[in-house]
Design a protein around this ligand. Structure first.
Ligand code: AMP
Length: 216
């Protein structure tokens, strides 16, 4: 099955994508994670993307679309995928349509995880991430057992460079401007399902599975 996950930064897309992918044995395609890997490795794409990412702005469509088109051609994406953080603009959604039409493999479901701006800000400002397994922690609500290390693989936890309050507020404004129109885009096509994501990760998983009960 082919999924797209939408929602504000901090809505839990990454966490829920991992659950869905483990259950359905399909790959998670998280453009933010892939871009951060490029930044870490210092590739040409990473160097160009970094200036946008640090400011909380979107990386230009052409760069991200090319990256995703290449990823979708890899063999593991044939049986399905969860796109987490892509598309984020209407031109990206149109490019995705073209790529999927060419493969005769349309999207099955778009899930929108809904949270308020204030919850998004609280979640992101307190968030620390394991760069190895991408698991996230929250300083108050879900701290790691050891202050600074991932419980699963003992990697030192890091704060992303785009997770200070000012940058988060800019990211929310950009989401509203550029990504929110995708909700109408996909609703018009009858593939959008909304999940109230203002709850614990386990509860949001239960709500997501309930919303997908007829297709899984
Ligand atoms: P994320 O990890 O999904 O929060 O993404 C982190 C950052 O990566 C975003 O703020 C953007 O700068 C960049 N990014 C990720 N996905 C996209 C996308 N589909 N289009 C443009 N920029 C993106």
């Amino acid at each position: 099955m082919r999924f797209v996950l939408l929602g504000l930064p901090g809505a839990g897309k990454g966490t829920q994508a991992r659950v869905l992918c483990q259950q359905l044995l399909i790959p998670q395609i998280a453009t933010g994670d892939t871009l951060r890997e490029h930044v870490q490795e210092g590739t040409t794409l990473g160097i160009e993307a970094r200036t946008y990412m640090d400011r909380g702005e979107y990386v230009p469509d052409a760069l991200v679309v090319k990256m995703v088109e290449e990823r979708l051609l890899e063999p593991d994406a044939v049986k399905g995928f969860v796109l987490d953080g892509f598309p984020r603009t209407v031109p990206q959604a149109e490019a995705l349509d073209r790529a999927l039409e060419a493969a005769d493999a349309p999207l099955d479901v778009v899930i929108k995880f809904t949270i308020s701006d204030s919850i998004a800000i609280q979640r992101i400002i307190g968030r620390f991430t394991c760069l190895t397994c991408k698991r996230t922690y929250h300083v108050e609500w879900s701290p790691p057992l050891d202050d600074a290390l991932c419980d699963d693989d003992q990697t030192p936890l890091e704060k992303r460079t785009d997770e200070d309050e000012l940058t988060v507020k800019r990211r929310l404004a950009i989401y509203r401007q550029q990504t929110a129109p995708l909700e109408t885009f996909y609703a018009a096509r009858g593939v959008l399902r909304e999940v109230d994501a203002e709850a614990s990760p386990a509860e949001v998983t239960a709500r997501m599975m309930a919303a997908l009960a007829d297709v899984l």
